[in-house]
Design a protein. Structure first.
Length: 456
């Protein structure tokens, strides 16, 4: 849905809002405005009418009420790592929640409450003090809010499910400026919807997560020589589908300095350390040239992929799910990997299995509940002059792989791709989500997202 063009704002109304805030307000041209509107994808360059950096939930209520009274859409920035750049919008009110990062851990109850601007690294550090964790993502500088609202596939999903599966409750500001807590006992429809339905229903100010015992893990990766890439790629899907819950993997296909396709598997074993060798034996039998699976602190694992996403890069991604790879699909992947225009890009295969796959598809808004992997074509480059070639390569590979893909797409990795792809992200839960949207956001104030249109 296109964002509407707003009328010029009344300066007196803006000044009144500014005076009432505990946090900060930025107008175009003011110091701090350009920094606040920046997101990690350098392809995104949008200019909100106002940016509010709230200090607390009351500030969010004030900003949302101001947007409603002035007929403005609202966007919400947690970590700002959504590839579509939905955290920032032209002409609306942007909420930059980076100032709200408080975390409280109750080790006895095994729960953690984290504010909307917290990053994965911050929540992990706070919980690891007590030897516990909640499932999150795989890049520690990601914001917890957007990740959780879209599902949250991470290193321990086989044992403990997705991030959204572990949300006990959430505090939310709704489009009418109201404040409520969604849980299984209060506003259960909203609690269901925010666990996979994205930021369509309000502004989550904090999440309460369940925690699980997670200490040191066996983690690292295996990489294979270029001459074995095809063999390993043919073998990997079946291995991923049959591996134990304790083993979660994220594989990648790239190219080496000679332009040859190469395959590697990053992994986390959260079971008994002495059992990992048995679990990995089939994969190791294919002869990796690098085998670095070692005891590792969980926070170290969580940050191990951070260096692959440096700031100021241009990003264009396409995503789908797959359960297996035919010989023809493998040939397509190898052909395109060899022609990858940017060496910083990759073709990722993030595994969803075990506990995350055994949840009923209708139990949360996240519908993609079966053992499978996400095929993520992750293109990134540093020179804007290379945009056309990288986007064209990504689209061509996605189109070539579409006949082999399962239906559906992980909403957290979805770009601006139209209504059909949005429906594919929410699957059979879309109509139910649209009905919940009509209750809590009938005017579609929160439309800067993979938007669910409220049922009329």
């Amino acid at each position: 849905m296109p964002i509407q063009t707003p009328s010029p704002l009344n300066p007196a109304a803006v000044n009144k809002l500014n005076s009432a805030l505990h946090g900060q307000l930025f107008r175009s041209g003011e110091n701090g405005y350009d920094v606040a509107r920046k997101v990690f994808n350098a392809m995104v360059d949008r200019r909100p009418a106002l940016i509010v950096r709230p200090a607390d939930a009351d500030d969010i209520r004030l900003a949302v009420s101001f947007a409603r009274e002035n007929d403005l859409p609202v966007s919400v920035k947690g970590g700002g790592h959504n590839v579509a750049g939905s955290a920032v919008l032209d002409g609306g009110v942007m909420l930059d929640c980076s100032g709200m990062r408080s975390i409280r851990v109750d080790a006895d109850k095994r729960t953690a409450q984290a504010a909307a601007g917290a990053l994965l690294a911050e929540l992990d550090r706070a919980t690891q003090v007590y030897g516990v964790a909640t499932p999150l993502g795989v890049v520690s500088v990601t914001g917890i809010a957007g990740l959780t609202l879209g599902g949250g596939i991470g290193w321990i999903n086989g044992c403990y499910g997705l991030a959204c599966d572990n949300v006990l409750s959430a505090d939310i500001v709704t489009s009418d400026g109201g404040f409520l807590t969604a849980s299984p006992d209060n506003h259960a429809d909203l609690h269901w919807a925010i666990r996979g339905g994205g930021g369509n229903f309000g502004v989550v100010t904090s999440f309460t997560y369940s925690l699980h015992p997670v200490g040191q893990v066996m983690a690292g990766g295996l990489s294979f020589p270029a001459e074995r890439t095809k063999e390993v790629l043919q073998f990997y899907p079946e291995f991923a589908a049959s591996c134990p819950d304790e083993l979660s993997m994220s594989a990648s296909l790239g190219r080496d300095d000679l332009g040859r396709p190469v395959f590697g598997v990053g992994l986390c074993w959260c079971g008994e350390p002495d059992e990992v060798n048995s679990a990995l034996r089939p994969l190791r039998s294919l002869g990796p040239d690098t085998d670095a699976v070692v005891p590792m602190d969980y926070c170290t694992l969580q940050s191990s992929h951070d260096a692959g996403f440096p700031p100021e890069r241009y990003h264009y991604w396409k995503s789908s799910f797959f359960t297996g790879l035919t010989d023809e699909a493998v040939d397509v992947l190898l052909h395109f990997a060899a022609e990858m225009p940017s060496p910083a890009s990759g073709i990722g295969m993030q595994q969803l299995h075990g506990a995350a796959a055994r949840v009923d598809p209708s139990a949360t808004a996240f519908p993609h509940r079966k053992s499978q992997s996400e095929l993520l074509i992750l293109s990134q480059w540093a020179d804007p002059a290379e945009t056309e070639s990288n986007v064209a390569w990504t689209r061509a590979l996605f189109n070539a792989m579409e006949p082999f893909a399962s239906h559906g797409v992980y909403v957290n990795d979805l770009g601006e791709e139209g209504d059909d792809r949005v429906r594919a992200a929410y699957g059979a839960n879309y109509d139910r989500l649209a009905a919940v949207k009509a209750i809590y956001d009938p005017a579609n104030t929160f439309q800067s997202n993979q938007n669910i249109r409220p049922t009329a």
